[in-house]
Design a protein around this ligand. Structure first.
Ligand code: ATP
Length: 908
């Protein structure tokens, strides 16, 4: 159908629907969204928890214990208890894991909901931004490069527009679209239609919606799957490998103990149950749940700092970021443009007023009116007056908004100008070409208005306008324009050049339209730096994160802004512009990145950005890259952490990125890096905490075996009570520790660094060793003090029961101190504030309270075979904890001293 019939068929017009009609239609056809497909059944998810390696090992262990109980003669209630306890462990772990997965899913969903999904539509001829779910058939949508197509629509106006239909057809090449009628055929092949789920890659268009929601092609073939379960992150893999190793070691030790104990003449089943208990003791049961909880806490904290992380992977990658490639406009600056200077006819004119309210004046407006009229005609943005006294807003590009405001200040009415010279074609802005042009019908034929980056535009100019007179662009005139541009740019202004040409013949194509231009002049606008950015840049510097500015803007503007926010502090940064950058081969690029100066890449295209990311990767850097445009998507995908702008960016960039900044600010990247680092540190803290006490559980058992003591110093049920009772909450509290004050004062961790580094293993052995020596000594001291020979001890001997209670309580109490010890790596606990994590203290106290209950309450005494401890016993155990803390403080003090002497002695 021709466009006119399309409007009629859908009962709409080129001015779009009336707001009331749109609301009525919305009520009738329902919102433009797809119902979420049912996610993997809850039961299947729960069942999945039992197939995890830990769970399987424990289930087998429990089954064998039940079997052993069946074979025992006489039957020992302790064996049954153990079997049931292991089963409880599995169920408990599965429940925690399930709850965690569920909450992670909910978090992902709510994060998704925080990203805006809006589109622009015409309602009664006025351009409005509406939530995509409110689009109805008959709506006229305005599409631009980078937009996601909100619904199925028929194009009625197309300017060099192409779309990417990959989501629908699997074909990833961009395909051109037209607004003309096409031959009848399958709708998916109609070149004058754009479909929901696809993206506009280039150009701009207007289109009439004919299907929404489930009625769309996309809705028909696609059932929205719930957020993918997400691949396991390298961190989770590292932990899984470690856990497997530990499980293997546990099995081996269990088997060894079984073989050592068997010849001592003890009953087979008992020995077997004993070995099994040891094995269970060594498996870090609480680990998987604690790990995912702490990652999820990181994600939530980042969201609070305006950084939405789409996958857990990003949390840890962020912590190891070594380079941030940031753009300028909007990220470092506020993207609130105000034209302050206009250069025309050889002189600069000041413009007063700030913001988008057209209150202000152009000094001596007459000579600049033609320039501002051309600039305003060549704009797609619209100024929106304040609805209730609040500030004026720009719908669309803020650079263009500033031009419209300047035109208004010079006494022009952009709408009236457009009515007098209707636009018949446009060649939209793209950051590769760096300019934009529109073709208008005026008396005597067509007229083209062009605006863009001064360098690009000057290359296409053959003449310059002087007081309404067209003069050939001589070298002298060109040099004058370049000097005017440099003068404005070096003050940090964003400069645009404006030009025009007449085309008396047929309507010109893009090449003709954008050649042989007459320069009208230059416009300089301020874009103040965001106030919070300087501190964030300083933090990145201290954290030894390199910041590379990658911008489409002029080098002088870029440098001025970079200096203002602190990215450039040296006298001579390395400034490379697009053309020079393209001329570099890979070796040249590597050499450039090797240079120690601050690096600014200016007037570059998105493809150049991609090359920078590649080169940085080759150097082993972990790269975070910001982007907002549609053609930034490849660089965003390629980077370790693609960062898209939530407020101003395109849908395509947001889709490609791993992290979305809700406020677009560079400071949010720095905040996210800080949190990423702290998540990694916290994970280390609780790994050390959890693994070190395993040593304290194992060593007394080994000691007893080799000393010929017939019973175990701590039973498997007791160990499980520690692992899943008193230890869980402190481990979670460690996972939620606030960032250490100096996280951003250290260099990024090496990419090769293992979670279980030698330092971490060393700490596990150090802390675990002290705990182990303490509780073993306490146990044997108590046994010896009674004077009873080893061979006379039985399970229900009071001295023995007190002994094992001491061991369990010893581990619980020293874990309380251990939790405090692992909070800092080298900083003294006392300078960090021993009380600064109240949750940890509360969690530790609850662990001790559980232990006291196990020691004093008769039913628990019967279950755990424990006995009441005397106050003196507790004092001894607390002393053990204090000893552990003191040893740890000494070690940290030594580390700090060594750090200082290294720094003094080292070459810098
Ligand atoms: P950054 O990537 O740091 O945000 P940028 O926003 O300046 O930088 P681009 O958007 O690629 O980068 O713009 C590059 C240049 O193109 C600008 O310096 C400006 O001169 C010109 N320009 C920007 N927007 C427009 C526009 N709407 N119409 C015409 N020219 C424009």
């Amino acid at each position: 159908m021709p466009a006119g019939e399309v409007f009629a068929a859908l009962r709409t017009s080129p001015r779009g629907l009336a707001p009331a009609d749109a609301a009525a239609l919305l009520a009738g056809v329902g919102p433009n969204e797809l119902p979420a497909a049912r996610r993997r059944g809850r039961w299947r998810e729960l069942a999945g928890q039992f197939t995890d390696l830990f769970a399987v090992v424990l289930l087998v262990a429990s089954a064998i214990t039940f079997l052993a109980y069946g074979l025992q003669d006489p039957r020992d209630a302790g064996t049954l208890q153990l079997a049931v306890a292991i089963l409880c462990v599995v169920v408990l772990n599965a429940a925690i894991g399930f709850a965690q997965e569920y909450s992670a899913e909910r978090t992902a969903e709510s994060l998704q909901a925080m990203v805006r999904h809006t589109c622009r539509v015409l309602r009664d001829g006025e351009r409005r931004e509406v939530p995509s779910r409110e689009v109805v058939p008959g709506d006229v949508v305005v599409l631009e490069a980078g937009d996601a197509v909100p619904a199925d629509c028929r194009l009625v106006e197309a300017h060099e527009v192409s779309v990417n239909n990959a989501a629908l057809t699997g074909e990833s090449d961009a395909v051109g679209r037209t607004a003309h009628p096409v031959a009848a055929g399958p709708v998916l092949q109609a070149r004058n239609c754009a479909f929901m789920g696809t993206d506009v890659v280039a150009g701009s268009a207007k289109a009439v919606v004919f299907a929404t929601g489930t009625a769309t092609e996309f809705g028909r073939i696609f059932r929205l799957t719930a957020a993918a379960p997400g691949r396991r992150t390298p961190l989770q893999r590292q932990v899984a490998v470690m856990a497997r190793r530990v499980a293997g070691t546990a099995l081996a030790i269990g088997a060894l103990l079984f073989l050592v104990r068997l010849p001592t003449g003890q009953p087979f089943v008992e020995t077997f149950v004993f070995a099994l208990g040891v094995m269970v003791a060594l498996v870090p049961e609480g680990l998987p749940a604690t790990l995912s909880v702490s990652l999820a806490i990181g994600v939530r904290r980042m969201a609070r700092r305006h950084a939405l992380v789409k996958r857990l992977l990003a949390v840890e990658a962020l912590g190891s970021t070594t380079v941030v490639c940031t753009d300028k406009t909007g990220t470092l600056t506020r993207a609130e443009m105000t034209v302050v200077r206009v250069w025309a006819g050889g002189t600069e004119h000041a413009v007063t007023g700030v913001g988008y309210a057209p209150d202000g004046e152009v000094a001596d407006p007459e000579p600049v009116r033609a320039l501002l009229r051309a600039a305003a005609l060549c704009c797609d943005a619209r100024l929106v007056p304040p609805p209730d006294g609040a500030g004026w807003r720009v719908l669309g590009d803020t650079t263009e908004g500033a031009l419209l405001v300047a035109a208004a200040k010079a006494g022009l009415d952009p709408a009236a100008e457009e009515a007098a010279a209707p636009r018949v074609a446009e060649h939209p802005f793209d950051s590769g070409r760096k300019l934009m042009s529109t073709v208008h019908r005026e008396t005597g034929g067509y007229r083209v208005y062009v605006k863009g980056a001064p360098q690009e535009l000057l290359d296409r100019c053959v003449a310059a306008d002087r007081a309404g007179e067209r003069r050939p662009l001589t070298d002298a005139l060109r040099a004058e324009a370049v000097a005017a541009n440099d003068a404005m740019a070096s003050r940090g202004l964003r400069v645009l050049a404006v030009a025009r040409r007449s085309a008396p013949g047929p309507r010109p194509g893009r090449e003709t339209a954008e050649s042989e231009l007459t320069l009208l002049g230059l416009v300089g606008m301020t874009d103040p730096p965001r106030p919070e950015v300087s501190d964030a840049v300083a933090a990145c510097r201290r954290a030894r994160i390199r910041i590379v500015m990658v911008t489409g803007d002029h080098p002088l503007t870029a440098e001025a802004v970079a200096r203002r926010v602190g990215i450039v502090t040296g006298p001579a940064p390395a400034v490379v512009t697009g053309a020079a950058f393209e001329a570099l081969d890979d070796a040249g690029l590597d050499a450039l990145l090797d240079r120690p100066e601050e690096l600014l890449l200016c007037r570059v295209s998105p493809e150049d950005k991609m090359r920078v990311v590649g080169a940085l990767h080759r150097r082993g850097e972990v790269v975070a890259v910001t982007g907002d445009g549609a053609n930034d998507a490849p660089a965003l995908k390629h980077a370790d952490i693609g960062v898209a702008m939530g407020a101003s960016g395109t849908d395509v960039a947001r889709e490609a990125a791993l992290m979305v900044l809700l406020d677009d600010s560079f400071a949010s990247i720095a905040a996210a890096v800080r949190l990423g680092r702290s998540v990694y540190q916290n994970i280390r803290k609780f790994l050390i905490y959890l693994f070190s006490h395993n040593i304290a559980e194992l060593v007394p058992i080994l000691a007893a075996t080799f000393a010929g003591f017939p019973l175990v110093p701590i039973s498997a049920v007791q160990i499980l009570a520690i692992d899943l009772g008193s230890d869980v909450l402190p481990a979670l509290a460690l996972g939620a520790e606030p960032p250490e004050p100096d996280v951003m004062d250290r260099p990024p961790r090496s990419r090769k660094e293992q979670l279980f580094s030698r330092a971490v293993m060393g700490r596990i052995l150090f802390l675990g060793g002290i705990q182990a020596a303490g509780v073993t000594a306490v146990f044997f001291w108590h046994i010896h003090a009674s004077g009873i020979p080893y061979s006379r001890f039985t399970e229900d001997d009071t001295v023995y029961r007190e002994g094992i209670t001491m061991v369990q309580a010893g581990i619980v109490v020293s874990q309380f101190f251990n939790a405090l010890a692992v909070r800092t790596e080298r900083q003294s606990l006392f300078s960090a504030g021993p009380l600064s994590n109240p949750w940890l203290l509360a969690a530790g106290c609850s662990g001790v309270a559980v232990m006291a209950a196990i020691s004093y309450l008769p039913p628990l005494q019967a279950l755990f075979n424990t006995a009441p401890l005397a106050p003196g016993d507790w004092a001894v155990l607390a002393g053990l904890g204090v000893l552990l803390l003191a040893a740890e403080e000494l070690r940290k003090a030594w580390l700090r001293r060594r750090g200082r002497t290294d720094r003094k002695g080292g070459t810098r």
